[in-house]
Design a protein around this ligand. Structure first.
Ligand code: CA
Length: 227
């Protein structure tokens, strides 16, 4: 499947050139011109999950740094910054803003595509695909497929499932899952875990009603049954 790349750039000419180079190279580009539109795109369950984001620093509504800071609260998708100014490069390099690379304007689209490939290769090497028969977890893209079908998950459903896929058969107590999954949430209740497991089960059942891979251990917690 073609990897989707999100381009966040207010200069249409630059975005068009890049989108063309990406398409030629076998990627599927999506373009938005505003920071808020990028965040909305990334949050929407209907959007294809991008493998990488090309993010202009100078956007009309908020800086690319701010977009990156906000998206890091819910996404690990790699970011390559586009920048026109050397003082911005200092910030990208000097601060921990979660960028994977940057390219200065004017840039050659071919060079940028090569950088994108390099970042994706590096991630792939660090995060090999985890596959236990019925699930395939791609941490580099934040995606899980189940019996070959992509699951559309909320952030917590994804983290919950990922945690369990990482340790098939392990019995997680609700308290453990709250610690591991809801790390930044101030108030989580045990029934929050139950509610998410229920929602997750419903999504899994839609794909395969025969399998119920999340096992409930009464009074103890949950585990994932690998087939
Ligand atoms: Ca700009």
């Amino acid at each position: 499947m073609e990897k989707s790349i999100l381009i966040v750039e207010d200069e249409t000419a630059i975005a068009d050139t890049l989108a063309y180079a990406l398409t030629t190279d076998g990627f599927s580009p999506h373009h938005v011109t505003l920071g808020q539109a990028a965040l909305d795109f990334l949050r929407s369950a209907e959007s294809p999950r991008p493998a990488l984001i090309v993010l202009d620093v100078g956007l009309p509504d908020m800086s690319g740094f701010e977009v990156c800071r906000r998206l890091r609260q819910f996404s690990d998708t790699p970011v390559i910054f586009l920048t026109a100014r050397s003082d911005e490069i200092d910030r990208i390099v000097g601060l921990e803003i979660g960028a994977d690379d940057y390219v200065t304007k004017p840039f050659s689209p071919r060079e940028l595509v090569a950088r994108i490939r390099a970042v994706l290769r590096r991630l792939q090497a660090n995060n090999p695909v985890t596959a236990i028969t019925q699930f395939e977890l791609r941490t580099d893209e934040g995606r899980v497929s189940y019996y070959g079908q992509n699951l559309l998950l909320t952030r917590y459903e994804y983290l919950l499932l990922k945690t369990m896929i990482d340790r098939p058969g392990h019995l997680f107590s609700r308290a453990q899952l709250m610690d591991l999954v809801w790390t930044n949430a101030p108030e989580t209740l045990e029934r929050t875990v139950d509610a998410h497991v229920k929602a997750l089960r419903a999504k899994l059942r839609l794909i395969n009603s025969e399998d119920d891979p999340i096992q409930t251990h009464r009074g103890m917690g949950y585990s994932l049954v690998a087939k």
